[in-house]
Design a protein around this ligand. Structure first.
Ligand SMILES: Cc1ncc(COP(=O)(O)O)c(C=O)c1O
Length: 477
């Protein structure tokens, strides 16, 4: 294959990104056809006079998005595509001070904790103060029922740049948390007593909401690359809730072919897809994966985003992006619902975004989390070696460890004696497989690199103790 991309070495856009975009466009245009083999990393890096790493990063992004597949010892081959629209790039930078950490002495691998040491607390305080000083009447009253208009405008523009979502502020509704958002959607779509399909394993936080609202939850199992579409098609569900950019909790990324099938399912059955894009910003290899919503030409995807990972869980700000046709339905059906997010927080967040702090914050955090994840992976490799398999390391603020021959419950209990807290995962499964050995979950967002390293060090010791205990138990029986 003759590859002649025009790479601008002095441009602001990194070379790997230019290369990835070149291939992506060529594949979409059909200039590079299905089944065609891409040049090897070595060939391309030599012919373009760029590093192998650069080519590799571009290729990894194409693989992750499902444009090409890697076949062992043969190379990369172009996969078949339907129509795939583009996503815009994100532009960001940085700034920061100090916040107190947790008070207990345990190294807590709690999923959901975020980086606080380098949180831009001074800037946030300024925005909060500004919000209270705001001359606007809205900030001291109940405010707009769908949420602060300025904030919704900022979110719309952020979503377009960063996640490829095209929407107007009118399509956005702000809620205090994802569970509140799901609650609203159940009412909006009249899902009570209807079948709702959920990934299994999946996010228990929303499953409880569907269950408590009397929805009939249908668990859909996961293939290696995400939700099983055949099972979904057979489910006769009215709606599916998915986490395509980073499946929770397993961590796979739904490839573009499956995304298209999911959209086709919704179009054919006149059903809705709830896309929870809870941490789509934190992908460490290449650019963030475009959201499913960015491919939705049929207005079938309801998009959910949260500030809990990208900013602060304490803010309790989540947003729903409704497809255009549902906006009027929302207004007529749920006109009585008041805003659940504080007006002061909304105004402060509006200021934070408008002044450009949010973009900078995300770019900074992505680097920080990437460093933490790299430290965690390295420590696991060095300290835990062949005792575990790592699951879901492409993105996000957590990963899972599949244990080889150790009992997860014993390990989690013992860990506390050694000063670390790690987590069981069985609650994420609705239908457990027959031989179910649950992995353990390690969230790393709130820990420093030093804590991560000493935590894994301790985990290695706990594992040894558990191994010995297990052997003694076996000898006795
Ligand atoms: C899959 C998933 N979605 C959403 C959230 C965020 O929820 P909230 O917006 O209520 O903080 C989380 C947080 O744990 C999550 O794991």
């Amino acid at each position: 294959m003759q590859i002649t991309p025009f790479l601008k070495k002095d441009a602001n856009v990194p070379i790997y990104l230019q290369l990835y975009q070149f291939f992506r466009e060529e594949i979409e245009k059909g200039s590079i056809i299905t089944g065609e083999k891409l040049p090897s990393i070595r060939e391309l890096s030599q012919s373009l006079n760029i590093s192998r790493n650069t080519v590799d990063t571009a290729y990894q992004q194409l693989i992750a998005e499902g444009y090409v597949v890697s076949r062992e010892k043969s190379g990369l081959f172009v996969l078949e595509l339907d129509d795939v629209p583009m996503v815009q790039e994100v532009q960001h930078e940085l700034k920061l001070p100090h916040v107190e950490g947790k008070t207990d002495n345990l190294i807590d691998f709690q999923y959901g904790d975020i980086e606080l040491e380098r949180f831009p607390i001074k800037v946030w305080k300024k925005c909060l103060l500004g919000a209270v000083d705001a001359p606007s009447h809205e900030v001291f009253s109940y405010g707009d029922k769908k949420g602060h208009y300025g904030l919704r405008t900022e979110i719309a523009s952020y979503l377009y740049q960063a996640r490829g979502v095209r929407c107007s502020p009118d399509q956005i509704i702000l809620t205090a948390g994802t569970q509140t958002a799901v609650n609203l959607l159940i009412q909006l779509l009249s899902l009570q007593n209807e079948k709702v399909a959920l990934e299994d394993p999946g996010y228990d936080g929303v499953r409880y909401v569907f269950e408590s609202q009397k929805c009939e939850v249908v668990p859909i199992s996961l293939d290696e690359d995400g939700i099983n579409i055949t099972e979904l098609e057979q489910s006769s569900a009215q709606c599916v809730y998915v986490t395509p950019s980073h499946q929770f909790p397993i961590g796979m990324i739904l490839p573009v072919q499956k995304r298209m099938k999911l959209l086709q399912w919704a179009g054919k059955n006149q059903t809705y897809i709830i896309e929870d894009d809870y941490d789509g910003e934190f992908r460490y290899l290449g650019q963030p994966i475009p959201s499913l919503k960015s491919l939705d030409t049929n207005e079938k995807v309801i998009y959910l985003g949260t500030f809990s990972k990208a900013f602060l869980p304490a803010a309790r700000v989540t947003y729903i992006v409704l497809p255009e046709p549902l906006v009027e339905v929302y207004q007529s059906k749920l006109f009585y619902i008041s805003q659940t997010v504080s007006q002061h927080i909304q105004e402060a967040l509006y200021r934070f975004m408008k002044e450009g702090h949010f973009g900078r914050h995300i770019r900074k955090m992505r680097k920080i989390y990437q460093g933490k994840q790299a430290a965690l992976l390295k420590a696991i490799e060095c300290q835990l070696g062949d005792k575990v398999n790592v699951i879901g390391q492409k993105a996000g603020l957590h990963l899972l460890l599949e244990l080889k021959g150790l009992d997860a419950k014993q390990l989690v209990e013992k860990a506390e004696e050694f000063g670390i807290r790690i987590y069981l995962t069985e609650k994420f499964w609705l239908k457990k497989p027959p031989q179910f050995d649950q992995p353990i979950m390690l969230g790393f967002g709130g820990l420093s690199v030093e804590q991560i390293e000493s935590g894994v060090n301790q985990l290695a010791r706990v594992m040894k103790v558990c191994e010995i205990n297990q052997k003694i138990g076996e000898m006795k029986s």
